[in-house]
Design a binder for this molecule. Structure first.
Ligand code: PHE
Length: 350
């Protein structure tokens, strides 16, 4: 191998050993730089004759081009390798499962409300909605609640600023104002028939929704749910209330041997009044009486405020707590869990 061939070979070797672009530029300088070996060879031609210069110069040029070609090839190889590393680093694994959007679902209390609506709906009850900001009239006065009743105090009721006797001025403390609102609408709709002495279709309605009281512990939340029930007709009795409420509870809890008891109580808007207790015969709660609703025969004053003659129309009403029904159904003992918004708790009910 002549001197020029071995020069090309050692350049090619050094380039191959250069692992980085910087190393490669250093290696290039050793051959092609100002003080590089190819440059030295060129300078060494000074003493040669013209003919010798021609052939020697051509040979050196061939070697120089070969070194340049090796350099270019190595530069390209290093750039390619760099690109591969970068591509690998930025690679996306398209086989990874995507991030899924949560499915979402109904809140356990909403599931209960749907259940209540479904069951009472199947027994011919309408579902009515009403405002959560109420007037003193609908929440208390129309419901025969005396001016000095403790429920009207600031300790019990959230009052809203700027209320006038006619304007909404409190957060409803129960769903009972819906008894008046719905009955008044119903009576208005059937006014002509009533005036003509024709019978009015019975009022059969439930009114679920949010209610508010100044109260907060493991079994009371300042915001809670109630579901009102109202049945008004010419021939309704406590027996009917007991029959439909028993059917409701047995269906709701999927427990055919569940029993009901009416325990005497007091509400200004019903007379007589009763708490409704239920008792399971099997399961973890068997044998205990559990209070699930307030109820009673609609007070004559309230029947009058509905626009009906209490001598002719008799009504039965109940108010139950869907939050409590949810706790009993699922065996949850702290009401606050429902309203903390912890997805780990809530997603268990889907
Ligand atoms: N509104 C009563 C309460 O909140 C419950 C109730 C409703 C009682 C209807 C009788 C009739 O406690």
């Amino acid at each position: 191998m002549n001197e020029l061939d071995s020069l090309v070979e050692s350049a090619t070797q050094l380039f191959a050993q250069s692992a980085t672009p910087a190393d490669l530029e250093n290696a290039k300088a050793q051959f092609l730089g100002k003080a590089g070996r190819v440059t030295e060879l060129m300078k060494g031609m000074a003493q040669l004759s013209v003919d010798e210069k021609k052939s020697r110069g051509a040979a050196i040029n061939v070697a120089k081009q070969a070194i340049e070609a090796a350099l270019t090839a190595r530069r390209q190889a290093l750039a390619d390798a760099e690109l591969q590393i970068q591509l690998k680093a930025e690679a996306l694994d398209v086989s990874l499962p995507g991030r899924q959007r949560g499915q979402g679902g109904l809140h356990p209390v909403s599931l209960t409300l749907e259940r209540i609506e479904g069951i009472f709906g199947s027994m011919g009850f309408d579902v009515a909605q009403g405002p959560e900001i109420e007037t003193d009239w609908f929440n208390f006065t129309a419901l025969n609640t005396p001016e000095d009743h403790p429920a009207r105090s600031m300790h019990d009721t959230f009052y809203v600023e700027g209320g006038t006797p006619e304007a909404p001025n409190l957060l409803r403390t129960h769903t009972s104002p819906m008894q008046i609102r719905h009955a008044v609408q119903h009576v208005k709709k059937h006014r002509a028939a009533l005036d003509a002495g024709q019978p009015m279709p019975e009022i059969r309605v439930i009114a679920p929704g949010r209610t508010y009281r100044v109260d907060s512990d493991a079994t009371h939340s300042p915001m809670f749910h109630q579901c009102e029930g109202l049945w008004v007709g010419e021939n309704v009795s406590f027996k009917d209330l007991k029959v439909i409420f028993t059917a409701f509870c047995r269906t709701f809890f999927e427990s055919d041997d569940l029993v009901l008891r009416f325990r005497p109580s007091f509400f200004p808007f019903t007379e007589p009044s009763a708490e409704i207790d239920i008792q399971f015969q099997t399961g973890p709660l068997a044998g205990r009486w559990l209070e699930v609703a307030g109820s009673g025969q609609v007070h004559p004053n309230v029947v009058r405020n509905m626009g009906l003659d209490p001598e002719k129309y008799i009504g039965f009403a109940f108010g139950m707590g869907p939050d409590r029904l949810t706790m009993l159904r699922y065996g949850v003992n702290d009401l606050r869990l429902f309203f903390d918004g912890d997805i780990r708790f809530l997603s268990q009910f889907q």
